[in-house]
Ligand binder design. Structure first.
Ligand code: DC
Length: 233
């Protein structure tokens, strides 16, 4: 390859991909790339401009005007910029999640964002999460993990996160959004969510974050021969 390691993590919304990937990045010294944030930024741009998010030509027409940048602050956090504005908080709003799922079904949007993701993997040791990382973006990744959990378990965790952020919502609403996105992300023709043939599946329905992290460490050790930094001699 190019001298860099890549770990691809795919799975449905709310399975814990980003928290686990972030934690592994810290523990192993990888750069964490949250590709959902990039789709969210395009979704936000479409929402702000009032374009029909399912109309490929309409969304395509705004792409040349979008300067999307991923920057890392001193704490190693990924921040998203849309035409120079930091939109990292706004892209987490529930309505933006739905827009992101809509625009991510459009092949023109996926093609527009592909090179940006691959470039990160060429330049850094990455742990990258999304829906098609192991299948399309980095098919040669050294390790692919498919992270999943039941829709109810995912909705419960997402609800907690949203309530902590002060967003008013209910379990039913969150579960409905998760099911909508599951169907749309898995059912679309363009790069649908699915496990790569050579992915290791990790199901977190019955295990908490710490136990999931231990599973990840074991899988990384087994497949890449790497230990977390604190356990290295
Ligand atoms: O991971 P997330 O919830 O932040 O992603 C937001 C949406 O973007 C999700 O509904 C599917 C889409 N997405 C995608 O299609 N491909 C990716 N690699 C990452 C996200």
């Amino acid at each position: 390859m190019n001298g860099h390691f890549a770990i691809a993590i795919d799975g449905p919304s709310g399975a814990g991909k980003s928290s686990l990937a972030r934690r592994c990045a810290e523990a192993f010294g990888f750069v964490y790339v949250d590709t959902g944030a990039i789709y969210r930024t395009v979704g936000l741009a479409a929402l702000r401009r009032g374009v029909d998010r399912r109309d490929e030509e309409a969304v395509k027409s705004i792409l040349p005007e979008l300067a999307i940048e991923m920057r890392y602050n001193d704490a190693g956090e990924q921040r998203m910029y849309l035409n120079g504005e930091d939109v990292s908080a706004e892209i987490r709003l529930p309505e933006v999640s739905l827009c992101a799922s809509d625009v991510s079904a459009l092949p023109a949007v996926r093609a527009f964002l592909l090179e940006m993701q691959r470039k990160m993997a060429r330049e850094h040791d990455v742990i990258m999460d999304g829906r098609d990382i192991g299948t399309v973006v980095l098919p040669d990744a050294e390790l692919k993990i498919y992270l999943t959990a039941s829709a109810e378990a995912r909705a419960e965790r997402r609800l907690k996160e949203l309530v902590n952020k002060g967003v008013e919502t209910s379990f039913e609403e969150v579960l409905r959004d998760i099911r909508y996105r599951d169907e749309q992300d898995s059912g679309r023709a363009a790069a649908p969510l699915k496990a790569a043939d050579d992915a290791v599946t990790v199901d977190t329905t019955e295990i908490d974050f710490e136990a999931s992290f231990r599973v990840f460490c074991a899988v990384i050790r087994e497949h890449l021969g790497l230990l977390p930094r604190e356990e290295r001699a």
